[in-house]
Design a protein around this ligand. Structure first.
Ligand code: T6T
Length: 314
């Protein structure tokens, strides 16, 4: 049943996701621990991980917490460590709270590869792979700037502080915005990775500042909620919404004109790189300590064309 699910989610990949890599002596056992289960970003990353693992003959088990929350992710890490995999690929949900549990995994001779997010001191990790998050944040500001040549009030909708990826996106956006004094930056709000909360926060922000011209939302859930809130306030013709990620709901909001641009990451490639780095670390190959993957700007103009290949799987 698991492989049937994988086949659906990962269709378009090149592999037979149903292959049986288990139990043959010497097969490397990898565990992928997502930031949160069900998030299309991590679903797409899982597709890359499974395809690459099949190619190299490794076995993968995937787990994820129900929320993007270190109090839920830590027990998963602890039980995975107790089960003794050869390597863990993980997107840590907090820079400080996940530090000790992951260091403990490395101390048990488990190779740890950080995919997407990182922690305060990742020196225990074999490798870390993430998007150019700061660059993507700066690109989001440029998109808002291009759509609003006269400047105006702008806002950031993020998830929670202490998450390396979204914090870097906020930093990239703020640094770029600070260089253009025609824009008035209203600051960052935190939606706790919850779509409904993001929608409520945007509704309140638009009630307080009805002349907001742009919102940058730093990930799938904050972006989907932002767009919902903007549409509920009937401000979609006034507010430029730029969201990180390219999940199906976000693509729908781009196509219906509520969202003007999406910054799509390459989670599939992050997954492929993660497996390759784990295997290199396990087999004495050459490990690359830090890998940065790119991003693609998706708009209504390219979403059905060259942008289509960067949309996430669900
Ligand atoms: O934006 C991605 C990921 O890069 C981030 O660390 C957490 O949120 C997402 O998974 C999207 O929901």
């Amino acid at each position: 049943a698991a492989s049937a699910l994988a086949l659906t989610a990962c269709s378009g990949g090149d592999g037979d996701a149903g292959s049986d890599a288990s139990a043959s002596g010497g097969t490397q056992k990898l565990t992928f621990i997502q930031g949160v289960a069900g998030d299309e970003f991590y679903v797409t990353m899982q597709c890359g991980i499974e395809a690459e693992a099949e190619k190299v003959g490794a076995e993968v088990n995937t787990q994820g917490p129900a929320k993007f929350d270190p109090t839920l992710q830590k027990p998963i890490v602890d039980s995975v460590v107790a089960s003794g995999p050869d390597a863990i690929l993980i997107a840590p949900t907090d820079v400080s709270a996940m530090q000790a549990p992951l260091k403990a995994a490395a101390d048990q001779d488990i190779q740890v590869v950080l995919v997407d997010t990182t922690v305060d001191d990742p020196s225990f990790a074999a490798s870390q792979i993430s998007s150019d998050n700061e660059g993507g944040g700066a690109a989001a500001f440029t998109a808002i700037q291009d759509a609003n040549p006269d400047g105006g009030k702008i806002l950031v909708m993020s998830t929670d502080p202490g998450i390396s990826t979204v914090d870097a996106r906020v930093k990239g956006f703020e640094t770029a915005a600070a260089e253009d004094s025609t824009f008035e930056y209203l600051g960052v709000q935190y939606s706790h990775n919850d779509t409904a909360t993001a929608a409520q926060l945007i509704t309140a922000a638009l009630a307080k500042d009805p002349d907001i011209v742009g919102v940058f939302a730093t990930n799938t859930f904050s972006a989907a909620g932002t767009a919902t809130g903007v549409r509920q306030a009937d401000k979609q013709d006034q507010v430029t919404v730029v969201g990180f990620d390219a999940g199906p709901d976000q693509v729908g909001q781009l196509k219906d004109g509520t969202v003007q641009a999406l910054i799509a990451q390459d989670p599939y490639q992050i997954g492929v790189d993660g497996v390759d780095q784990a295997m290199a670390a396990l087999t004495g190959g050459e490990v690359t300590p830090t890998i940065q993957t790119g991003f693609h700007i998706i708009t209504a103009e390219n979403v059905d064309g060259e942008g289509a290949e960067y949309l996430y799987k669900s």
